[in-house]
Design a protein around this ligand. Sequence first.
Ligand code: PLP
Length: 379
Amino acid sequence: MFGGLNMIYFDYTADTPPDSRVLEEYIRTAQIFANPNSAHSAGQEAKNEIDTGISRTAERLHIKPSEIIVTSGASEANNLAVKGLTFTDRRRGRHIVSTFLEHSSVSGALTFLQEQGWEIDIVNVKPDGMIDIDHLRTLLREDTVLCAVCAVDSELGTVQPIGQIAEILKDCPNCRFHVDATQAIGKIKLDLTFADTASFAPHKFYGLKGSGILYKREEIVLEPLIHGGASTTIYRSGTPDTAAIAAAAKALELAENEFEERLAYVTNLNRILRDEIRKIKGLIINSPENAVPHILNVSSAGIKGGKMQALLNEKGICISVKSACSVPNTPSRPVMAITHDRKRALSSWRISLSHLTTEQDIEALIKALHEIMEQEVRK
Ligand code: PLP
C-alpha cells in the first residue's frame, strides 16, 4: 500500500512521504500558532520556536541563521535567487551561464530574463553527465552576472563539481553562483558555502510540501520577489510558518543522521536494478554511472516515456517522465544534452529509489518491464 492506493512507488524524486517524526514535530509546533512577528508573549513563543528551527537548520548546513530565507518551496527559492541576483546586479552586466540540466523553476526564470533582455549561454554537458568545465571557462565574460548549475539534476541524477565551478568563478568577479541543491540534500554531502545562493525543499527528503529554503551568503544582496514588511528576513515578507520551519529542521536532522545507512541501502538497490535492466532487450540506461543511486533514467526503444508511464501505471507501478513540473511530450533536455539523441530523449523515463523501496518492489518492476518490452517486440 502506498498512501491510499495499492501502488508501488518509484517517484521519490518528485516527492517523498513525510516521516512520522517530521509530522509529530509539525503537530507539536503548529499549536504554537501566534504570529511570530507580534511582540506579545504568545508571538514571542512562536518566534523562539522559529529561531530554534532556523538555528538547527543552519547548524546542520554549516551556515549562519541569518543566511536562511524561508520560502514556499524550491521553485520560489530558485526564482528568488535567479531573478533577485540578476535584478540587483543589472547594471554590472546582463549575461548568464547555465545548463540544460536545470529544473524548470531555474530554466523558466532564465527564459523570463531572456525576454527582458538578458543573454543566456548554455554550458555543454559531457556524455558522463558532467558539465564541460573548459567550455564553461570560455563562456565567462566580464559582464557575466550569474552562473546557475544544479548540484544534482532531477532527471539523470548527475552530480556536478560544485567546488570546482566555484573555484573557476573566482576569476569572474561580477558573477554570482546559484546552486539548485533540491535533489542534493539527503543524497550527497554538499558544502553550500561554495555557492552565493542555494535552494532546496524538505518535501524531497521526507519533510513537508509548502516550504523551501534559500541559502544566501551574508554579504549578497537580493531584490525580493515578495515585498512587504521585514519578517524573519527582509528578503521574503509574510508571516513565517512556525511549524513548517520546525518540520524542515527535523527532516534535515533525519536526513543527516541517517545519511550513510540510507545511501548504502539505496546504492545496493540501484546496483540490482541496473543489472536487471541491462538484461531487458530494448531498454537502455541513461543515468551515468556516477549519478546518485536514487535516480535511474532509462529509455525504452519504440515506447515514449508517457506511454511507458501509463503501461506501468496499469500494472500498479508509479514512475515518472522527466520532472513532474516539466512540459509533457517534449524530449528530456538532460537526456538530449548527454546523448544528442532525440528519440532516446523522447522515450526516456525515470525510476527513483528510496530507503523505503524494498527488493520486492524492484522484482515487481523488473517483471512488469519484461512483460511490457516482450509485448512491444511481438507487435
Ligand atoms: N529543483 C529541482 C532540482 C527539483 O527537482 C524540483 C522539484 O522537482 C524543484 C527545484 C522544485 O521544487 P518545489 O516543488 O519544492 O518547488
